[in-house]
Design a protein around this ligand. Structure first.
Ligand code: CUA
Length: 339
């Protein structure tokens, strides 16, 4: 008997450990570059607050309901007054949900103006177009000339930024969980989202609306920087491309022109002025290539160019598998050097 009790106790403590480990794993998902529960922007802070209030409320309601259920099972059946039952149903089943849901709706709606109204005059504006499956990014600094980039967004910390979002093909959705809420990008319509990063760091944005075969490969790094560092970065991005620094890179540039890459890509400062695909003027300075899919390094460029369709199924760019390893290497060195 005693042995059985001990066994029972050890099983129970093992179960507790499993639950504990599970909770730890679950909580580990709450931080990181792409977590709405680890906010780095004022919009995300409000959303995280709303989430915490909703979880706390749900826990309280769950305890109340389970408590009532246990009470109803354990209580001896006594004739209740009909009135008490009626008020329990009207109070708990009608009035209570109406009050709770109305408060939540009001709280949620009150957040919308901050997120979707235009940023104050003089703020930085960035136009982002979702395309299958990458991001065309146009910086529109106040008073300055626009700069077209792709697949990466950098922001100054502590300043509101207005995103003007649209789509070139199907519906996409623009979401930087660490900074704020997501919003759809629709063909033929501009949606707006104002975000205000509150701390520096590297975060991750993603397409949050299924948009075809490579929807999951449509991401982008978001770098929040100090104002001065940001200004230097944007000025550098506005410049034309650096000429190839080595003979291998020069060979890569020749191949870039010889293989028709210029039909789709622009490299400012060269005759390459295609507008179908991402601007590559400073592709070597980005944290990733192929819209957050591969790290920015020569190996990844080679893989991307030779096995494009394997890396990102159905994307518009064809495989350039006919290039020799040496040619691929030259192209990769040229593109990686475009900083
Ligand atoms: Cu674009 Cu999903």
């Amino acid at each position: 008997m005693r042995r059985r009790k001990r066994l029972y106790r050890s099983i129970r403590s093992a179960k507790l450990w499993v639950v504990f480990a599970g909770v730890l794993l679950w909580l580990a998902g709450c931080s990181g570059q792409q977590s709405a529960l680890d906010p780095a922007g004022s919009g995300a802070e409000r959303i995280a607050d709303l989430f915490r209030w909703m979880v706390a409320g749900a826990v309280i309601i769950w305890i109340l309901v389970v408590g009532l259920a246990i009470y109803s099972i354990r209580a001896r059946s006594e004739p209740h007054s009909r009135n008490a039952g009626k008020w329990l149903i009207i109070g708990g089943g009608v009035v209570f949900p109406i009050v709770v849901l109305t408060v939540l709706l009001a709280y949620g709606l009150a957040m919308l103006p901050e997120l979707t109204s235009p940023a104050p005059a003089g703020s930085l504006k960035i136009a982002v177009t979702g395309e299958q499956w990458w991001w065309r990014v146009r910086y529109l600094p106040p008073g300055g000339e626009g700069v077209e980039l792709a697949n990466e967004i950098r922001l100054p910390v502590g300043e509101p930024v207005e995103f003007q979002l649209e789509s070139a093909d199907v519906i996409h959705s623009f979401w930087i969980p660490s900074l704020g809420g997501k919003i759809d990008m629709m063909p033929g319509r501009v949606t707006r989202l104002t975000l205000k990063p509150t701390r520096t760091g590297v975060f991750r944005g993603a397409c949050a609306e299924y948009c075809g075969a490579s929807h999951a490969r449509m991401n982008f790094p978001v770098v929040v920087m100090e104002r001065a560092e940001f200004a230097r970065w944007l000025a550098q991005q506005a410049e034309t491309a650096q000429p190839p620094a080595t003979s291998l890179a020069a060979r890569g540039q020749e191949l870039f022109f010889a293989n028709g890459c210029t039909a789709c890509h622009t490299i400012r400062g060269t005759p390459a002025n295609g507008v179908i695909g991402p601007d590559l003027t400073h592709v070597g300075s980005r944290l990733s290539i192929a819209a957050g899919t591969l790290p920015n390094e020569p190996d990844a460029f080679r893989r991307w160019i030779a096995h494009t369709q394997a890396v990102k199924p159905d994307v518009n760019m064809p495989n350039f598998g006919m290039l020799s390893p040496e040619e691929l290497q030259a192209l990769a060195i040229y593109l990686d050097g475009l900083e």
